[in-house]
Each structure stands twice: as C-alpha cells, then as structure tokens.
Design a protein. Structure first.
Length: 400
C-alpha cells in the first residue's frame, strides 16, 4: 500500500460525499498527513441503511491526525455550497484541493427511469460537480498547489456502456478520473453482499487520490485508473486492497473492449463462489439442460417466507436454444413458477439468452455482471430485480 509522505500537511481539502465510502477514505488518507478536511455531505442524522454521518466522519479525521470541518451540503443547492466554502475559508484560511466525489446512479433503461431519478443524477453528477467547482475555483487560484479531482467512470466509447448506462455518463469529467470495482454501499445495493468478496476496499482509491494530489499543480488534464496510478508509484502487491484476499476480483466496469469481454475476464479469473456453486457440489451444471429443470429447482425453494420478503412478479423472455416466456410469482400465496405469462402483471421483465438464464440461476453468472455486460436487459422495478438474487442464493445453498 502507498505510504504517506506528509506532502498534504496543512493543505485544505473540500470533499463532497465524504461522510462514507470512497470520499471518507480519501479524507482519512489526507488526515494522516495532518491535512484539513471539509466534509461536505448531506448526512447529518444517522441513515437507517447507510453507515456514518458528517460528524462521525469528522471524528475519524481528527483521530487520524487531521482537522475536520463537517458541513451539511447538498451539492444541488448553491447556497449550501457557498456557505460551506466560506466556512472553510474562514476556518482554514483557504482551499487547496477539491474532490468531487458525490454522485448518484440508477442502472435502469430510459423508459424505466423516472424523471425524479434523472433530475437527481443530472443535479448531482453534472450540475453539482460543475457548481461546486465554480464556487471553489476562486479560492484554488490563491493556493500554491491547487487540484480538482473528479471521480467518475472512464470515457469508454464502447456503445454498450452508453446504451445501458447513459445516466452514469452525465458525471462531470473536467480534471482527473478514476473508477474501479470498489466495495461501497452502492456496490452492495447493485450486486448484493456476495459481490463484496470480489471488490477492493476504498483504500485503493484513497491511495491513488493521494498520489495524484501530491503532484505539482501542472499535473492536470489526465484521465486515470487507480491501479495504473499506483503501479506508476511502484506499488506491485494489490492483495492488501482486497476485501477478501485471494479471491479473483471483478473486472472494472466501463473498461472493457467489448460486452462479451467482461464475461470472458470473469471466467479467466477463475470465478468465485458468487459466480458458481460452492466447491464440492456434485450436481451437474444447468447451463446445458432445459429451462424446465431450472424451474423445477426454483419451485423447490419457494415458500411463504420468500414471497413475503420479495413481493414481486417476474417475467422472463428467453431467447436462444430454449426460447420462450416463463414467470415467477413471488407476490401471492407460497409462490409459483412455470411456463407462459405470469398470473399477475409483471413488476420486472428480464430478457436474456436461455443459456445465460440457466447459468444465472445456477450461480455461475452474477446478475450484476450479466446486466452490466449487456447480457441481461431489465425493465421495471430495479429494487425487485435485485431482491431476486436472494432466491438464487437459496438455490445455491440447495447445491444445484
């Protein structure tokens, strides 16, 4: 891991979204140099599902050796940003570094994305990043070594990423940019708890950010990836950054050359338990069998508890060798599944190849991976789509 050098001692960092995750990790890395950190985030009161507030983050920054200024900031609000910027200048005498970390994401198609979410993404990712930069830049111009670091997906022009994730590309990318598969609340939401084993900790982002921000002010206009930055700094062992050392890692989203390459990379990485049945399972793979056998297993794990915890109706439009329409009703009674249209209107419609469908339900193909690589198309309630992964977990426990 990258060691602190003291180059950020006395510097003042204004970090958006620093109450948790990557933003907080960058704050703590700078704090170990003795930096001043403005924690500009919305969470003032504990969130029922997300860890940390601006005040708990401030305590950690102080404990790490830095000075902290927690500020309640919604970066869509010009007055709140302006007030926080002025407090930072009054408290620390200026601002040297801006880290635009706050962002919003919704991995849904155009027709399935409510305008409320579109407005949220554009308001935070584009307008918020631009506005925060605009208000901080006058103070950066007075600094001896000013920097702006923006965190966002790389500008991969592969059409599949624009087709499936245009909302994420609304993020401002004016200065520098790094985007790995990092365990955060967002990754847990998108891929479930199992995906964490295949991620790196936010420390890798913090170290990469530290290396960038320690460079002279003429180091600007670059688009960077965390691992590349650290390799250039001489880091060769990346195991300390792994959430679960020894596990193959998820390939970085948005960095592939083609949609299929993401899946190929996972196979080359050896596939972890989140992508295939547990070691020792004697059951044959379902990928070569008929879809009916998959639904036999699905019906075997249905229960009132599963229905109660899910409350969703799913329709599967399958293509390929075993094309057809299938359904899974997890809204009524003890649940039901079979061929044909669902008895109730589907909350979620999933389209994919029948072979990939069997792989997904046998645990060989992670739903998040299938979706991000374009193999799975989802229409409808994304939250319910994510809940379906719990059922797949039960199927894996049944040793498919």
């Amino acid at each position: 891991m990258l060691q602190n050098t003291g180059k950020l001692a006395g510097c003042t960092l204004f970090i958006t979204g620093a109450s948790r995750g990557i933003g907080k990790a960058i704050a703590l890395k700078a704090a170990r140099d003795g930096a001043n950190v403005v924690i500009a985030a919305k969470t003032a009161e504990p969130h029922p599902k997300l860890p940390g507030t601006i005040y708990t983050a401030a305590e950690e920054v102080e404990a790490a050796g830095g000075k902290a200024l927690p500020c309640v900031v919604d970066i869509r609000d010009e007055q709140q940003i302006g007030s926080a910027v002025q407090k930072a200048v009054d408290t620390f005498g200026g601002i040297d570094i801006l880290v635009n970390n706050a962002s919003a994401i919704s991995l849904t198609g155009t027709l399935e994305t409510p305008m409320k979410k579109v407005d949220l993404m554009l308001g935070i990712n584009l307008r918020g990043t631009y506005l925060t930069s605009k208000l901080v830049i006058p103070h950066l111009l007075k600094s001896r070594s000013p920097h702006i670091l923006n965190l966002s997906p790389p500008l991969n022009l592969n059409p599949v990423w624009f087709k499936n994730h245009t909302g994420k590309y609304s993020h401002m990318t004016a200065a520098v940019l790094i985007h790995p598969a990092i365990q955060t609340a967002a990754m847990d939401m998108l891929g479930g708890e199992g995906v964490a084993k295949q991620c790196r900790t936010a420390d890798i982002m913090a170290d990469a950010a530290y290396a960038i921000l320690s460079k002279p002010q003429d180091y600007t206009g670059h688009f960077l990836v965390d691992e590349d930055v650290l390799r250039a700094q001489g880091v060769q062992d990346f195991e300390p950054y792994a959430v679960h050392p020894g596990h193959p890692l998820l390939p970085d989203f948005f960095l592939d050359d083609s949609p299929d390459l993401l899946v190929q990379q996972m196979e080359q990485h050896g596939a972890t338990p989140a992508f295939k049945p547990p070691p020792g399972s004697s059951a044959p793979p379902l990928s070569s069998g008929p879809i009916e056998s998959t639904f036999d297993v699905i019906r075997g794990v249905l229960s009132e508890d599963v229905v109660k915890s899910t409350q969703g109706v799913y329709r599967f439009d399958l293509s390929g060798e075993h094309a057809g329409v299938w359904f899974l009703d997890l809204k009524s009674g003890a649940g039901s599944a079979g061929k044909g249209d669902p008895p109730l209107k589907a909350d979620v419609v999933m389209k994919m190849d029948s072979g990939d469908f069997s792989k997904m339900f046998s645990g060989k193909l992670k739903p998040t991976l299938a979706f991000m690589s374009g193999k799975l198309q989802i229409k409808g309630d994304m939250t319910l789509a994510i809940k379906l992964e719990k059922l797949m977990g039960r199927m894996n426990k049944a040793k498919l």
